[in-house]
Ligand binder design. Sequence first.
Ligand code: VG1
Ligand code: CO
Length: 544
Amino acid sequence: MSIKTVSTQPFTDQKPGTSGLRKRVKAFQQTNYLENFVQAIFNSLEGYQGQTLVVGGDGRYYNRQAIQIILKMSAANGFGRVLVGQGGILSTPAASCVIRKNQAFGGIILSASHNPGGPDNDFGIKYNIGNGGPAPEKVTEAIYTYSKEITSYQILATEDVNLDKLGTSQLGSMQVEVIDSVADYGDLMASLFDFDLIRKFIASGNFRMCIDSMHAVTGPYAIEIFEERLGAPIGTVQNGTPLEDFGGGHPDPNLVYAHELVDILYGEGAPDFGAASDGDGDRNMILGRKFFVTPSDSLAILAANAKLVPGYSSGLAGVARSMPTSQAVDKVAAQLGMDCYETPTGWKFFGNLLDAGKATLCGEESFGTGSNHVREKDGLWAVLFWLNILAVKQQSVESIVKEHWQSYGRNYYSRHDYEEVDTEKANTLMTNLRSLLSTLKGKQFGQYQVAYADDFGYTDPIDGSISQKQGIRIGFSDGSRIVFRLSGTGTQGATLRVYLESYEPDVAKQNLDPQQALADLITLSDEIAQIRQMTGREKPTVIT
Ligand code: VG1
Ligand code: CO
């Protein structure tokens, strides 16, 4: 077994986005493309010789090949040990859990999350640091810099590792340990939630649920946790076998892509509770019988009820949400007298707040919720949190949400996505908006008066790092908002996201369809940003 030094040339497009580097599989299959990026990660790190690295992915097409390359490169670059999930499988939150539990130096997660998989679709890779969370911007920038200067990489010339057999083997002077993908994560969940109570609740027969893993990574996790540990009937988890192309589906848990689950929860004899997760298991969608819980409301409701859950019974240090996420959780924080932080989009911005003990729960409008138990958002954790609350309160999902609105008011919320828009047009739309900002304050549009208009900038309260241009916000005097930003996870053209929010304290007016409640703001967003004209689109591709 010898270490080979292979000469290579840089690619210019290896800049990590909101959550790592995401490209078409075909891009990753170019000679040296993956190798360059992995070497750029290693080149950006210091002090990892002899240390432990965690590697795993969401099981999509190219996962196994990529893992073999990463293992051989880790050995050649001097890591002491790699922990890899069996079959190459580790959900994003489970990888975070394994990094933390084993005090690993860091981890490499292979996923393009909610993007479709298969030979003609997407693949992704990201680096997580020793706290288990996504690398902060200063690390991703260093990786990008190294990727532009790279001239060679190191790899061990050796056979592939058997990823399916649990146990330890030797790769040069590095140990490879194939670990159970679910065990550590399952134990962590059991330590946070009242599994006995949830088991009794499920066994009572008064409660039925359905979990959709969308043929993505959470299948084995959900089967072990819900069916084996909590005793839910076999078949509670549907689409529970991870497939390389997710069965041809789009593993994004929202009302559009998780339609199979939606049809069940809105159909005849619907169960009481439904949930779905995304490709890599960090997102969740929560449904009651004929009832959808918006992710922003879900975060607020978890925060308001945290004391009912053993892992959070002593209260929360604070909460944090990404800027475009609705302000529902702010209301809870104000009432409970805790701090609420507003960060840019992407989980990497929560890491410092969690490490410093300033926030306990965090969330994003994009179906992501999590806590200080790991450093990633966590889909099944959110499902278990809901189950724990339901088991304690013995109420329906709908009545819990409606009671919440009665106490705190309702934040009507919706996101409109315009996918695969021409990149130049999308950039022009944003530039035009930016140049309007200084003229908007105080302007009246129908019933709405602009209270502020800016491009969101964030200064991390812990390390002082600054992130600019994180989304354009237009806030109105009645508390409603429109936010515009371009996606940092797409792989084709640009995706414009328009986030709309209004606040309704009057219980009598809390039962509108959000699209209806937000209709004026939707019209206004087009008037201000000229969306239809600039994108050439009559309507959004996806509304969540
Ligand atoms: C999207 C979401 C963001 C989320 C990110 C990664 O990013 O809006 O909230 O953190 O995906 O989620 P963007 O830049 O496309 O808006 V995941 O589940 O891909 O790891
Ligand atoms: Co994800």
